[in-house]
Write a protein that binds this ligand. Sequence first.
Ligand code: ZN
Ligand code: MN
Ligand code: MN
Length: 279
Amino acid sequence: MKIGCHVSISGSIDMAVDRAVERGCTAFQIFSRNPRGWRAKAISESESTLFHKKVASSGIDKDAVCVHMPYLPNLAGSNDEPYKKSVNTLKDEVERCNQLGIQYLVTHLGSHLGAGTEAGIRRLIEAYTVAAEVDKNVIILLENMAGQKNSIGYKFEELARILNQLEPNGRFGVCLDTCHAFVAGYDLRTREAASQTLEEFDGIVGYDRLKVLHLNDARGGLGSNLDRHYHIGLGNIGTEGLKEVVNIVDQHNIPIILETPIDDTRTDIENIQAVKQFA
Ligand code: ZN
Ligand code: MN
Ligand code: MN
């Protein structure tokens, strides 16, 4: 099983690999910079070399590592100034993935801010198209959203519609987040519900487009649109459904990455352990 969690780059970017190894990860995710700011320090050659070396010696597959976009960019927005800034950040992150030898970049589809879904989708497609031109190796992933007001991409149909308009097709894929799907209204609580939701996903989007699974339990209820992750098995989805998701997704050899809270309830290692016991 390719399983791991989001790890901090605090100190220096290569230290994320040490943290992944300490946690027994066979997959992991990082932010390449402070996720709550616009500015980013360039990655130096010595930093990227060290990162490459550590990943190679960790034994973690290159296709089980991903970068998550910072939070401020909104790729579906209609105001020119913030939109331009957002597209530049996306292009920059594609380049940073390339420097780090990381294949996958996880992105949020953002909010149309009231301009309507169609206008938002046009902005997104433009943003993704120019960003894909920055580097030929990086695959940009569209993450399903929790369904907050004006947000794009919480329905599988919408993800598929956007994906089908993106060229070249092979440069784009999906990151499925279980917490987001659940609070967006897709039931995952029982074996039957989980397998039915994933069947629906397969029929509309397809497992061939699924590159990363974000495995998170949810603080919010079904359809609540509340984007608050929780520890595996301790939230409103629970063990039975998450276990079924893990077993189905693992059959496709898709990396499973936890974005569970950092608090006193459970450590990352304990959450990873809980998932390993599902197999
Ligand atoms: Zn995300
Ligand atoms: Mn996620
Ligand atoms: Mn989230």
